[in-house]
Design a binder for this molecule. Structure first.
Ligand SMILES: Cc1cc2nc3c(=O)[nH]c(=O)nc-3n(C[C@H](O)[C@H](O)[C@H](O)COP(=O)(O)O)c2cc1C
Length: 191
């Protein structure tokens, strides 16, 4: 099956997670196309694909606009196709239960607002890339990290993504897509 992966990523962590998922899906026998929701090719058509994963990171409680636009525009296709959604943020990694709870709400609220019903919905911890931020963002992120129990060492970047959880998500989706493919070809044989 040809699986489309669309990501909305501001500092690259959601892109990195998407690319890791693509590697796993390929290992499981699928073809993949990984694209930024911000830069879709002019001849892009969702109908060219058999399944889709969409992921987006959170910045100041919001997903990237191009990713929201993609899901809104293709909601009916996504609902008619094997699909999965994931969120990347830092709240999920907080020592404070209320921040973790809020992090889980991002995905749930987005899905109920858009009406998309993916087969999987997961939230992964992202990264704090102090070396890539400007002075003000670095200062704010350091304060937030201190409050939430993350590292305040601004001399380097900190990756919190649990790659085993990412792999599990991709493998589960690969198995779901394979099962769907088998049941479709069994149906076709019966016709
Ligand atoms: C300016 C800024 C704002 C952020 N706001 C939030 C937020 O509101 N909630 C949260 O859980 N994480 C927040 N984060 C953490 C990001 O979601 C995290 O760094 C993620 O890895 C970014 O993914 P990306 O590189 O794919 O954009 C913020 C990060 C930055 C730099």
């Amino acid at each position: 099956m040809d699986i489309l992966i669309i990501y909305g990523s501001l500092e690259g962590q959601t892109k990195k997670i998407s690319e890791h998922m693509a590697d796993i899906l390929q290992t499981n026998g699928h073809q993949t196309t990984t694209l930024s929701s911000e830069h879709l090719p002019t001849d892009f058509q969702v109908e060219d694909y058999d399944a889709a994963i969409v992921g987006g990171s959170i910045h100041i409680n919001k997903y990237p606009k191009p990713m929201i636009k993609f899901v809104t525009r293709h909601r009916d296709w996504l609902n008619a196709t094997p699909s999965a959604f994931f969120t990347v943020c830092m709240g999920i990694n907080s020592k404070r239960p209320e921040s973790q709870q809020q992090a889980l709400q991002f995905g749930q609220n987005f899905l109920s607002q858009t009406g998309w019903k993916p087969m999987l919905n997961e939230t992964f911890a992202g990264a704090v890339k102090y070396t890539q931020y400007g002075f003000i963002t670095r200062y704010i992120m350091k304060r937030i990290s201190k409050h939430e129990g993350g590292s305040t060492d601004t001399t380097r970047d900190h990756e919190y993504t649990d790659w085993d959880r990412v792999a599990h998500f991709a493998e589960k989706f690969a198995a779901m897509v394979t099962a769907q493919e088998k049941s479709k070809s069994a149906e076709a044989e019966m016709d």
